[in-house]
Design a protein around this ligand. Structure first.
Ligand code: ADP
Ligand code: MG
Length: 558
């Protein structure tokens, strides 16, 4: 039996590429620019083995030209070009990637990674163009060829004229319809934005003729339009630069340019990892919480790049919720992208990166806490609540990561303290870490329940936020010291207490009995206490739930 080869239903396939793969039309430009960059890289590789070719990086560029009158957009490159056969096989077959084969046949050098792999990106051009014309001359050919297609009806190839090696792609941009507007793909400003967004770190200059209104020479108030060829992309990604070359200002500029926030970052973290997974990252801890930070609208995530090309604007999987305030980007060459290059095929690499990043953020926060207390307290004002939510959520699974990053108000000098500080100065006879909850520090200090503890000289943590006590319940203990609410029935303080109070209870048996009767279902018991100083009476809770927690729980919607 003869086995027949499958024939791809090219038309359907092309329809799919044009209509269903990409979530945003503008990525067509990312795809064409990526191809142009690959084509230039291929000259670089050729030069490595061919003495007749020298590769001088400065000679190579990509140019974008828009013309509103003719409604055309050109993408021109000085890359390796295509022979007639290559045109036929690379652009004539959907899902055929010359670049993928190239990668298999060549040893890829650091800094010259080829982007292409699936053989579909080119066709994204048909999302915005009715007709696409590719004129190209290969480094291996004296002749130039022209490939023209209107999409699913096929293509033609004929000989053409082109003096330089390279490729010129002309898109005839679609007319606007009622529902769709394509004009932005002819507008200088918008094209620049798209290039900046996706292709800012392509290694070769992406040039554009930019019209600028300038003062006429010799005149003080007359302007004229001057056309200026500008390089739109920044080329060298800041995250690939050496840390020692970069100043705080560089990082701040990047933060602003990328609009990670409108504040100044409190701290940046620059990571270069060359281990089992390779990635670079620049992360920021913002100074202020965004206005919607503690709402559902806030979306966490880092920008994800693959080889300097933007893949995802907000990759949520890179950050745990408790560090959701972190901004920045990750670039890796080890990601397995899906065909749209907007998502990942599997997330094993991502998980590794997330784990790694997580550790670095924690380390950095600890460093700030150790070296710059004021800065840390500012950070904590903005994002401390989120860390406490982090302790509480996932059934306390993250407590190891977070417990040393927490700060609480304390009776000691009215300062914010860490649990470590609290425990390290506990007197020997103190069994528990005491805390008291209330609306404000002032009110907590007036609580009768705290009097005896204060009298004994025991430090008390003041919980002024609702989340505090819930978080601590998840921690349960810190360095083997359990937490105990000041309003708890048993404070674990010396024996004599119970002996003396027993006597008192005996003495006042009738009185307590009467009180209990009158208060009936409002209290469980009335007892004598040594806890009080200036107050005649106080409320205590018996079980795990303190009075304050009960209030919060009762206020929760069912
Ligand atoms: P991919 O980039 O994933 O391989 P594309 O559909 O974008 O898929 O491109 C298909 C192939 O066409 C590329 O692999 C490359 O061989 C060739 N190609 C596309 N654009 C160019 C270009 N500007 N110069 C040279 N070759 C190109
Ligand atoms: Mg491509």
């Amino acid at each position: 039996m003869v086995q027949k080869e499958f024939k791809a239903e090219s038309k359907k396939l092309l329809d799919m590429v044009i209509n269903s793969i990409y979530s945003k039309r503008e990525v067509f430009l990312r795809e064409l620019i990526s191809n142009a960059s690959d084509a230039i890289d291929k000259i670089y590789y050729r030069a490595l083995t061919d003495d007749n070719i020298s590769f001088n990086k400065d000679d190579y560029f990509i140019k974008i030209e828009a013309n509103k009158d003719t409604r055309t957009l050109k993408v021109i490159d000085t890359g390796i070009g295509m022979t007639k056969e290559e045109l036929e096989s690379n652009l004539g077959t959907i899902a055929k990637s010359g670049s993928f084969n190239f990668k298999n046949e060549n040893e890829i050098k650091d800094g010259y990674d080829i982007i292409g792999q699936f053989g579909v990106g080119f066709y994204a051009a048909f999302m915005v163009a009715d007709t696409v014309t590719v004129t190209t001359r290969s480094i291996d050919s004296d002749e130039a060829y022209k490939w023209v297609s209107q999409g699913s009806d096929g293509y033609t190839i004929e000989t053409s004229e082109k003096s330089d090696i390279g490729t010129e792609i002309i898109l005839e941009i679609k007319e606007n319809t009622e529902d769709d507007n394509y004009d932005e793909f002819l507008e200088e400003y918008q094209l620049k934005q798209i290039i900046k967004k996706y292709s800012d770190f392509i290694r070769y200059p992406i040039k554009m003729d930019v019209t600028e209104s300038k003062l006429k020479e010799g005149s003080e108030d007359e302007y004229e339009d001057v056309i200026d060829e500008q390089t739109v992309n920044s080329m060298v990604p800041i995250w690939k630069k050496n840390k020692s070359e970069l100043t705080d200002e560089d990082y701040e500029n990047f933060y602003n340019e990328k609009r990670y926030g409108y504040d100044k970052p409190l701290k940046h973290i620059h990571i270069n990892v060359d281990g089992s997974i390779r990635y670079n990252a620049i992360l920021y801890i913002p100074e202020n919480a965004p206005y919607n930070y503690y709402t559902r609208e806030y979306e966490k995530g880092l920008e994800l790049y693959s080889n300097g090309v933007l893949i995802m604007e907000k990759c949520a999987d890179l950050l745990p919720d408790y560090f959701s305030f972190v901004k920045g980007m990750v670039d890796s060459e080890d990601l397995s992208l899906n065909i749209s290059r907007e998502m990942l095929q599997h997330d094993r690499q991502l998980k590794l990166i997330e784990k790694n990043i997580n550790k670095k953020i924690k380390k950095e926060l600890q460093n700030i806490l150790r070296d710059d207390r004021e800065k840390y307290e500012n950070f904590f004002k903005a994002f401390g609540q989120q860390l406490k939510y982090g302790v509480y959520s996932d059934f306390g699974a993250n407590k190891e990561v977070l417990q040393d990053l927490l700060l609480f108000h304390s009776s000691k000098e009215k300062k914010l303290v860490t649990l470590e500080e609290y425990v390290s100065r506990m007197p020997e006879e103190q069994k528990y870490i005491y805390y008291a909850a209330g609306d404000s520090i002032d009110r907590i200090e007036k609580l009768p329940q705290t009097e005896m503890l204060a009298d004994k000289g025991f430090e008390i943590l003041y919980f002024t936020e609702e989340i505090d006590e819930f978080a601590i319940k998840m921690l349960m203990q810190y360095k083997e010291k359990e937490f105990r609410s000041a309003s708890s029935g048993d404070l674990g303080i010396d024996e004599e207490e119970s002996k003396e109070t027993k006597e008192k209870e005996e003495e006042n048996k009738d009185l307590f009995g009467a009180m209990k009767e009158i208060l009936s279902d409002k209290v469980k018991d009335v007892k004598a206490s040594k806890r009080l100083r200036s107050h005649p009476v106080c409320l205590t809770a018996e079980g795990e739930i303190s009075i304050e927690m009960e209030k919060v729980i009762n206020a929760m919607p069912d």
